[in-house]
Write a protein that binds this ligand. Structure first.
Ligand code: ATP
Ligand code: MG
Length: 326
């Protein structure tokens, strides 16, 4: 079995000449460098198409239609490393799940407000997540904004949230405030995605305390694994002390560039370290994401046929297949 790059798609061709499409975004011109990579070697051994994580490639079925909605499973997208794709994944996974008929709430939990901007929601003079944290008696519905995407709502954030660390420090049960806020609205959604800020401070601990699951995006570059041990240690502590039910839903490799040996080596290392906890869906590197963010819409709306949009739809199907989402 040989591996080749055709256009923007990476394919494995079997001995019978059948082509298996992989939902990996390969950008730019094709190269022959991949022919000798470890993925192809593994594929040669067992004659089955192998995905970029080194496991046999499988499609995931279209999620069944839901007859009723809620209560939501809450998933925190977390990594204290900056710029790894937390916000991009929150936006596009949320839109993909909404596309499959799930009622989705995205919570912007980063004072940078990138999630709000990426979904085209204005953050000035509106009720934000910060207001709900500070006034727990306030009705959370006041902060919910419908986005241009059907089935997708958001609770926005702005720079005010940066004061939360200081304000919450003397609160009783300060780690549980977000959990209490979301309790009031969880029945109306199938899934709530929390876009965390790049730190392990009180806000992130609030997100982990509110969550049923954690999704860790990892950029496929040299320092990807740096800090992941500390993040997992933090999740373990939260499980011990605050939220016994929290699960690690998976690690998601992002910004993968199949043309570079570096990207492939880093992905191999991530799989070596975390095995099956690494999601099979891998998000490729493409300039379409910054383009879509500037337009304030998910890539599934901006360029629905683009392999990157297809990759996030596959991620949504994989999470449903794994039971992480209804
Ligand atoms: N798959 C991708 N290919 C190319 N660029 C990407 C990809 N995913 C994200 N980006 C870009 O990388 C930058 C960082 O992404 P993003 O904001 O999603 O990361 P983050 O983890 O939320 O960052 P922060 O820690 O600052 O909140 C953004 O400019 C985004 O458009
Ligand atoms: Mg972000």
């Amino acid at each position: 079995m040989a591996e080749a790059v055709l256009g923007t798609r990476r394919v494995l061709t079997g001995s019978a000449g059948r082509a298996f499409r992989l939902d990996v975004v390969a950008t730019g011109p094709s190269t022959t460098a991949e022919a000798g990579d470890s993925v192809a070697r593994k594929a040669q051994q067992d004659e089955r198409p192998i995905g970029p994580t080194g496991r046999p490639y499988q499609g995931f079925p279209t999620p069944p239609k839901l007859e009723s909605h809620g209560p939501a499973r809450i998933i925190a997208l977390c990594n204290q490393k900056g710029g790894v794709g937390k916000t991009t994944t929150t936006i596009n996974l949320a839109a993909s799940l909404a596309d499959y008929g799930r009622k989705v709430l995205a919570v912007d939990f980063d004072p940078q407000g990138a999630l709000s901007a990426g979904l085209g929601v204005q953050t000035h003079d509106v009720t934000t997540i910060y207001d709900l944290l500070l006034e727990p008696k306030r009705d959370a519905h006041e902060a919910i904004v419908h986005t241009a995407v059907e089935n997708l709502d958001i609770i926005p954030a702005n720079i005010d949230l940066s004061a939360a660390e200081v304000h919450l420090v003397n609160e009783v049960a300060r780690e549980m405030i977000l959990a209490r806020v979301l309790r009031g609205i969880a029945n109306e959604y199938d899934v709530i995605l929390i876009d965390c800020q790049p730190s392990l401070g009180i806000l992130t601990v609030n997100a982990l305390t509110a969550a049923h699951g954690v999704l860790i995006p990892l950029e496929c570059e040299f320092f990807a694994l740096r800090g992941v041990a500390l993040l997992i240690e933090t999740i373990d502590k939260v499980r011990d002390r605050l939220n016994p039910a929290i699960e690690l839903d998976g690690l998601l490799a992002t910004m993968y560039d199949s043309r570079t040996l570096h990207s492939r080596e880093v992905l191999d290392r991530i799989v070596e370290a975390f095995g099956d906890r690494v999601l099979e869906t891998v998000i490729g590197r493409t300039v379409k994401f910054p383009d879509a963010s500037v337009s304030g819409v998910p890539i599934t709306e901006f360029a629905p046929e683009h392999p990157a949009a297809q990759a996030y739809l596959r991620l949504a199907r994989e999470l449903v297949a794994r039971g992480a989402v209804a």
